[in-house]
Design a protein around this ligand. Structure first.
Ligand SMILES: Cc1cc2nc3c(=O)[nH]c(=O)nc-3n(C[C@H](O)[C@H](O)[C@H](O)COP(=O)(O)OP(=O)(O)OC[C@H]3O[C@@H](n4cnc5c(N)ncnc54)[C@H](O)[C@@H]3O)c2cc1C
Length: 412
C-alpha cells in the first residue's frame, strides 16, 4: 500500500470504491513508468510502452462515460488518477491529460451544458464515434490548441480555420506545441469557423485523423523538460474532416470555456504528482533508502530537517488547495470558486517547481546526477507555469482583474 504521505489525497480523504480501485490501478502501473521515464527524457521519445499498459489496463477509456463503454471517471476522479500518474512519469501524465480530456470534455462535462434537443442528439451521434474508437480500438487523442497567438490564452479567435464544405469541414492552419505529435491517432483541434469576421463564439472542436491527407508534423523537439511529450508543430493544409469529426456541436466549446472554468485546471494534477515525487525522493534520499546512492548520513543536521519541513509545508498547502478545488468544480461555479481555481492552478504550478528546487538544494550535488530522477523532475516541473490558457502569470492577471471588476464593468 502507498504511504499516504506520498499519495495524492493523503489518509482520511473520502474516496468511493471506484476511485479507490482506479487509484490503486494507477499506483500499480507507476513503478514501471518510473523505470522508463529516464529513457523517454533522454531520447525525447514518446512513452509508447506506457500507453500500451494504459490501454491494457482499460485506462484509455478512463473518462468515457459508462454508457459508452468506459470507466466513467468524472472530473474529480480524473484529477486524482492524473496526479497519481504524475508521480511516476510527468510526460506520460501530461500527454494522458490531453487524451483523457478529449473524452472528459465531450463526456460528463458537455452533459452539464445547454444544448437544443437537436444539438444533444447530434452530439450523442458524434461522441459514440469518438468514444468507440477509444474504448474498442484503443485510439489515442491529442489536444493541439496553441498557435503562438493570443488565442490559446482565450483572448482572440484561433487562426486555424474550418470552412464549411459538403459533408464536413476543410481545415487550414498551424498548431504549435502539439503534445503526442506523431503518436496520436486523432488530434482534437480548436479552430474558428471561416466567416468574414472570425469570432471566439464560432470556435469549433474537431478531431482530425493522424493519417489525414494534408496534415503533417514539422519542426524538431529538444526542450528543457517534459521531453517525452514530443510536442512538435502540426500543419493543416486543406484537410477534410466529415461532420462526425465534431467533438462538440457548433458554439458549445465557447460555452464550456465560459461556464466550466475548471476544465482548464486539468494540466495541474500532473505537476502535483511531480511535487510529491520530489518530496518523497528527498525523504528517502536523506534516510539512505534510495537504491544506488551512497549512504549520505546528513539527516541529523538541523538545516536538512528544516528544509524537509519547509517542503512538507509547501506540499500540504498545495495538496489542500488542489483537493478543495476538486470540491468546487461544477458548471457555473460561484465567483469565489472560480478565483480559487486560478489560485489552485497558480499554487500547484509554482510550488511544484519550488519543491523540486528545494529538493535539489537539500539533497545536494550527488542528487542531481542524470542517473537519479530529481534533475528530470526539476526540469519537468519548470514547464507547468508556462502552460496556456492558465499560465501562472495569466492566473494572477485573471484574479486581479476579476477581483476588482464585475462582468461588464468599466472605468469612466
Ligand atoms: C511541455 C509542453 C507541452 C505542451 N503541450 C501542448 C498541447 O498538447 N497542446 C497545446 O495546445 N499546447 C501545448 N503546450 C503549449 C502551452 O500551453 C503554451 O501554449 C505555450 O507554452 C505558449 O508558449 P508561447 O511562448 O507561445 O507563449 P506566449 O503566448 O508567447 O506567452 C508567453 C507568456 O506570456 C504570458 N501571456 C500570454 N498572453 C498574455 C496576455 N494576454 N496577458 C498577459 N500575459 C500573457 C503568459 O504568461 C505566457 O506564459 C505545451 C507546452 C509545453 C511546455
Amino acid at each position: 500500500m502507498t504511504d499516504p504521505r506520498y499519495s495524492v489525497c493523503g489518509s482520511g480523504y473520502r474516496l468511493d470504491a471506484r476511485q479507490q480501485e482506479l487509484l490503486e490501478l494507477a499506483e500499480s502501473l507507476g513503478p514501471r513508468f518510473a523505470e522508463r521515464a529516464g529513457r523517454y527524457d533522454r531520447e525525447a521519445s514518446f512513452p509508447y510502452e506506457n500507453y500500451a499498459e494504459l490501454r491494457d489496463a482499460g485506462l484509455l477509456g478512463l473518462c468515457v462515460p459508462e454508457k459508452f463503454g468506459g470507466r466513467g471517471a468524472d472530473f474529480r476522479t480524473y484529477s486524482l488518477v492524473s496526479a497519481t500518474l504524475g508521480k511516476f512519469c510527468g510526460a506520460t501524465a501530461l500527454t494522458f491529460n490531453m487524451h483523457a480530456c478529449s473524452t472528459l470534455w465531450p463526456g460528463t462535462l458537455a452533459d452539464d451544458l445547454d444544448m437544443t434537443p437537436a444539438q444533444r442528439a447530434e452530439h450523442d451521434e458524434h461522441r459514440i464515434v469518438h468514444f468507440s474508437r477509444v474504448v474498442r480500438e484503443g485510439a489515442i487523442y491529442a489536444q493541439p490548441f496553441s498557435e503562438g497567438s493570443a488565442a490559446a490564452a482565450g483572448k482572440a479567435p484561433f487562426g486555424t480555420t474550418a470552412t464549411r464544405v459538403d459533408g464536413g469541414w476543410r481545415i487550414n492552419g498551424k498548431k504549435i506545441f502539439a503534445s503526442l505529435s506523431g503518436a496520436a491517432h486523432y488530434y482534437g483541434v480548436l479552430c474558428t469557423e471561416a466567416k468574414p469576421e472570425l469570432s471566439m463564439r464560432d470556435t469549433l472542436y474537431v478531431a482530425v485523423p493522424g493519417a489525414a491527407a494534408g496534415l503533417s508534423v514539422a519542426g524538431d523537439w529538444d526542450p528543457l523538460g517534459m521531453r517525452g511529450t514530443v510536442s512538435r508543430t502540426l500543419l493543416f493544409r486543406d484537410v477534410f474532416v466529415p461532420d462526425e469529426a465534431q467533438m462538440m456541436p457548433r458554439g458549445v466549446y465557447f460555452q464550456a470555456a465560459s461556464r466550466w472554468p475548471h476544465m482548464f485546471t486539468t494540466l495541474s494534477p500532473t505537476y502535483l504528482g511531480i511535487a510529491i515525487a520530489a518530496y518523497e525522493f528527498t525523504v528517502r534520499y536523506l534516510r539512505g533508502e534510495v537504491a544506488g546512492t551512497p549512504p549520505v548520513k546528513r539527516r541529523m543536521y538541523p538545516t536538512k530537517q528544516i528544509a524537509v519541513a519547509e517542503m512538507w509545508v509547501k506540499l500540504e498547502q498545495t495538496r489542500a488547495l488542489f483537493l478543495r478545488m476538486l470540491d468546487d468544480a461544477r458548471v457555473d461555479p460561484p465567483k469565489d470558486a472560480r478565483l480559487r481555481a486560478y489560485a489552485s492552478q497558480y499554487t500547484i504550478m509554482e510550488n511544484s517547481n519550488d519543491i523540486c528546487r528545494l529538493a535539489i538544494r537539500t539533497c545536494g550535488g550527488q542528487s542531481m546526477l542524470k542517473s537519479l530522477p530529481l534533475e528530470r523532475l526539476y526540469r519537468d516541473s519548470r514547464c507547468g507555469a508556462l502552460m496556456l490558457p492558465w499560465t501562472a502569470e495569466l492566473c494572477l492577471d485573471r484574479i486581479g482583474r476579476e477581483a476588482l471588476y464585475e462582468p461588464g464593468e468599466q472605468d469612466d
